[in-house]
Design a protein around this ligand. Structure first.
Ligand code: ATP
Length: 207
């Protein structure tokens, strides 16, 4: 709990998490350390507007995997509001809700450099930067510098809201994990043990 006079600092970490992997865990921990976040809310999206045509695992299975993954760090929590909300998952709606639930907190929207390159196209981008700071993490293979000045110039208020947070380069994606499993390989090391167990028991990504 924050002590009197200090504002609570809450990270908001959205994603498809199909599955959550060791990159997610590592960078979320790095951001929490660097920004002194007391809590990081992992918020699985029912359906990302940017992945709306892609098949993904059911909300229940992704929630189960995220719940297992976040047990590794006491600052991490799962927030399933986007899975409960029908339709596309708009970050701006989530932040509006969090802002009214935590009027005194500082909110930090945590995004990887790959996602940030599209930020100007997010619904309500101008509103988002009034609701939260935007913490951008480097991501292996993505040269954010190439696109970021354009992104920052395109959204009024973003230059004051954006923070670049250096994190450990972890060259893992959910796409990689799915591909390894599909090819009959062993994803251990790419995902926490508990997530690996769910993948195995439920036969995910096998076909
Ligand atoms: P996919 O390969 O299916 O597109 P993903 O690995 O990018 O998935 P998401 O669930 O879409 O995983 O990611 C959630 C958030 O975490 C995004 O902001 C993304 O940029 C960030 N992220 C994911 N993996 C990494 C990583 N290895 N390093 C830094 N940021 C990451």
């Amino acid at each position: 709990m924050p002590t009197a006079g200090t504002r609570e600092r809450i990270g908001v970490f959205g994603g498809t998490f199909d599955p959550p992997h060791s990159g997610h865990l590592r960078v979320a921990g790095d951001v929490a350390d660097q920004l002194s976040l007391g809590r990081v809310l992992w918020i699985p999206a029912r359906r990302s507007p940017f992945k709306r045509d892609e098949e993904c695992s059911s909300p229940e299975v992704r929630l189960e995997m995220v719940r297992s993954a976040v047990m590794t760090d006491p600052r991490f929590e799962v927030d399933d509001r986007e899975l409960r909300r029908p339709g596309l998952s708009w970050t701006v709606e989530t932040l509006e809700e969090l802002r009214s639930e935590h009027p005194e907190a500082d909110l930090f929207l945590i995004v990887g450099a790959d996602q940030f390159l599209q930020f100007a196209r997010w619904r309500g981008a101008e509103r988002i930067v009034r609701l939260a700071r935007v913490a951008v993490m480097n991501r292996a293979g993505i040269s954010a510098r190439a696109g970021s000045p354009d992104v920052i110039a395109a959204v009024p208020g973003l230059s004051d809201a954006v923070l670049s947070v250096p994190v450990t380069d972890v060259d893992v994606s959910s796409t990689d994990v799915r591909a390894v499993v599909r090819a009959g390989g062993d994803p251990s090391g790419m995902v926490p043990e508990e997530v690996e167990r769910v993948i195995r028991e439920r036969g995910l990504y096998a076909d």
